[in-house]
Ligand binder design. Structure first.
Ligand SMILES: [Mg+2]
Ligand SMILES: [Zn+2]
Length: 211
């Protein structure tokens, strides 16, 4: 059985404006076609696990009970649409708490792998942030970036980080007005394997090509 790890905010539901947090169910808004994507993944035998940073709890902006309420309602809608989520892992800690679970650390994926007997090299992570991609890659999963949520910003980051495959070639350095060293300095160690417009598009690709 293949496992898909999904980030939540920006992949399943819309991100609130200004990098805010979803604090209540009223603020939770499914991204179009997400429910269809989850149904298709479920019907095709994928195990779906959510891994989400929820530092708003550590910041005192909402409680763990608020989060559990949001997740139980989210699961009702997903189930009613024919999909299923096998588990939800969240990091409630403040970004400066130094925990092992907050992405970009791979802690939540490693724990899920232990608890659900997942072969990470056979798993996918789909996220909208560079921290998702890093966590997924550090865990050994294949990683897909989606352009919903903060995805477009992340995409820009990857373009700037390594504008070309080989930043050490002269012509490219000249054309971009930068030296090879600058290109290398911005190179990013972690990069998504594929980029899709949204979760539904990623799902379509998986169902066609992941055999
Ligand atoms: Mg996100
Ligand atoms: Zn944590």
């Amino acid at each position: 059985m293949k496992t898909i790890f999904l980030d939540r905010d920006g992949v399943i539901n819309q991100n609130p404006p200004d990098w805010g947090y979803v604090r209540t169910w009223e603020e939770f808004d499914f991204i179009p076609n997400t429910l269809k994507a989850l149904r298709d993944l479920t019907e095709n035998g994928y195990r779906v696990i959510v891994v989400t940073n929820q530092a708003g709890i550590g910041r005192g902006l909402f409680s763990e009970d608020n989060l559990k309420d949001i997740h139980s309602r989210m699961l009702v809608d997903i189930t009613n649409a024919g999909g299923s989520i096998d588990a939800i892992y969240y990091c409630p800690h403040h970004p400066e708490a130094g925990c092992e679970c907050r992405k970009p650390k791979p802690g939540m994926l490693m724990r899920a792998a232990r608890e659900h007997n997942i072969e990470l090299s056979n798993a996918y992570l789909i996220g909208d942030s560079t921290t998702d991609i890093e966590a997924g890659q550090r865990a050994g999963a294949s990683t897909f970036l989606v352009l919903t949520g903060h995805g477009k910003k992340s995409y820009q980051h990857y373009i700037k980080a390594t504008p070309f495959q080989r930043p050490d070639t002269d012509t490219i350095g000249n054309r971009s007005g930068r030296t090879a060293d600058e290109g290398l300095a911005r190179s990013s160690k972690y990069r998504p394997e594929k980029i899709f417009t949204n979760l539904y598009a990623a799902t379509r690709w998986l169902l066609k090509n992941d055999t």
